[in-house]
Design a protein around this ligand. Structure first.
Ligand code: TYC
Length: 114
């Protein structure tokens, strides 16, 4: 996964104190944007093939990957289906919840900070 470091790079990496030339030896601190896990929850009613379709459609998985992960959710109750920035995770959750609701399936999708 690519990590966008530049906009989050703090600028406290000057080694001199303005015009004086006094070395301040500040440590360059970098900050990465927080990442969010998107979780899919099991239920007793949503058809397996519908979940597989969701994983293909919104998470770019092959049919085989999607089927395998659907079975993990089915057996374990929950699984991480992807890790994204806050904005992208929010969009994925909204897409899944909306698609499930429109098809009248009780499928639940949530996100949490990694
Ligand atoms: N448990 C569902 C069934 O047996 C399948 C299912 C899998 C539902 C994953 C939700 O996130 C889910 N039809």
């Amino acid at each position: 996964m690519t990590r966008l470091s530049e906009p989050f790079l703090s600028s406290d990496d000057d080694q001199t104190d303005g015009e004086t030339g006094v070395a301040t030896k500040t440590r360059p601190r970098t900050q990465r944007p927080p990442l969010y896990k998107v979780l899919l929850l099991n239920d007793d009613y949503t058809p397996m093939e519908f979940v597989v379709h969701i994983l293909e459609r919104f998470f770019g998985m092959t049919h085989a990957q999607a089927f395998e992960l659907m079975l993990v959710v089915h057996k374990k109750g929950v699984a991480v289906v992807g890790v994204f920035s806050h904005e992208v995770a929010e969009t994925k959750v909204a897409q899944v919840m909306d698609f499930a609701r429109r098809h009248q399936h009780p499928l639940q999708c949530t996100m949490e900070k990694e």
